[in-house]
Design a binder for this molecule. Structure first.
Ligand SMILES: Cc1ncc(COP(=O)(O)O)c(C=O)c1O
Length: 359
């Protein structure tokens, strides 16, 4: 091991997907944008296909192409309207489109081609989506055109914190589509969080991201069955003895309150390990919890190893379990030290960290 490694765990990932499909009782559309939440798009697609997943959601055409390269017959849904200049690319790569704006739908119709579209309704997220009172008009326009309506969808702003608010969005959605025969359409509204409580049978697909990668964030009690799919490890690359009163790393942000042994490990914010992990964060070295002792730098972190036996090349766990299983650092821990959300921690994990696939 030279710098840092991301270990992605196939068994845990496949188990999560199977468990999620068992509780949702619907098709899964796996969200693989942002390098599949840091796990690698191709790895995620390959293993999700083994778990029976056929649909994938992406944020960019390039991500969609990566899915298709791995499995040509996968269905891929682009989650927002691209620029009209990209329409040839969409056709060439056989991507389904999320649509919601009159002018974009007109531009699609003008091509004369049969694009697969999913009409998105804004039921409260207020980011993208047609307003409910425009739904009938756009629905008719699509149905009377060369376009092929594959699905109807919405997205929730508070699924992870407010079940009541989410229920209001669901009611609005159902009310909006009440005149539509949805038998041959995909209806997809849930993300990970709401999959744990929205068991509405009129919908037939869920768009799952973070839960597939082992992180459960939901306002409801659950069985806690998801398994982490990512671990990050690096090594001790340098050891130094420093005196009480000295400081290490940029900004001299902490003055040592005792004579200390400081380890350096080659991972930093340039790898996606976030800068704000200091001062609250820690890592695991030789089965012990060891605090960060100075600011995270672009390529290296500094760790207080005064109380343990350590030598250069010993393994350092940045995310995951200690070797003896007694301690664990979760994505949620790192997110809390950094006052951010788990999604940001995962999606920022850089391609500089080599991915190692664990079967
Ligand atoms: C439209 C849409 N659907 C589903 C998801 C998946 O969300 P989660 O990772 O919370 O499951 C996202 C994530 O950003 C999204 O933007």
């Amino acid at each position: 091991m030279d710098r840092g490694y991301i270990y992605v765990n196939k068994k845990s990932f496949v188990k999560n997907l199977k468990y999620l499909s068992q509780i949702s009782k619907k098709k899964t559309c796996l969200v693989v944008k942002a390098n599949a939440y840091g796990h690698g798009i191709k790895w995620s697609v390959r293993n999700a296909r083994e778990a029976g997943v056929e649909w994938f959601a992406v944020a960019s055409i390039d991500e969609g192409v990566q899915v298709k390269e791995e499995f040509k017959d996968s269905r891929v849904l682009l989650l927002a309207e691209p620029s009209v200049g990209q329409l040839d690319n969409i056709l060439k790569n056989d991507l389904d489109l999320t649509v919601y704006s009159d002018s974009f739908i007109d531009a699609l119709i003008d091509t004369g081609n049969e694009y697969n579209v999913h009409l998105k309704i804004d039921t409260g997220m207020h980011r993208i989506g047609c307003s409910p009172d425009k739904f009938d008009y756009l629905f008719e326009k699509i149905n009377d055109s060369n376009l092929s309506l594959a699905g109807i969808c919405t997205h929730f702003p508070l699924a992870d914190t407010d079940k009541g608010h989410t229920q209001n969005s669901i009611d609005l959605f159902k009310n909006t589509i009440s005149n539509v025969d949805i038998d041959n359409l995909l209806c997809h509204v849930d993300n990970s969080a709401s999959t744990f409580y929205n068991l509405d049978e009129s919908f037939n697909m869920v768009r799952i991201g973070i839960a597939a990668y082992g992180i459960e964030i939901s306002p409801v009690e659950s069985e806690n069955k998801l398994l982490p799919t990512m671990e990050i490890k690096t090594r001790v690359s340098n050891l130094q003895h420093r005196k009480k009163g000295e400081a290490v790393s940029y900004g001299k942000a902490k003055i040592l309150d005792r004579d200390s042994v400081i380890a350096t490990s080659p991972i930093g914010y340039g790898d996606g390990y976030p800068w704000n992990s200091f001062p609250d964060g820690h890592v695991l070295v030789n089965n012990k919890i060891c605090k960060l002792i100075g600011r995270v730098t672009m390529d290296q972190i500094l760790i207080d190893v005064t109380d343990i036996n350590v030598k250069v090349d010993d393994e350092v766990t940045v995310l995951g379990k200690s070797e003896n299983g007694q301690h664990e650092i979760t994505v949620t821990d790192i997110a809390q030290w950094n006052k951010t959300i788990e999604w940001e921690i995962l999606t920022n994990m850089s391609r500089r960290l080599e991915r190692i696939e664990i079967e």
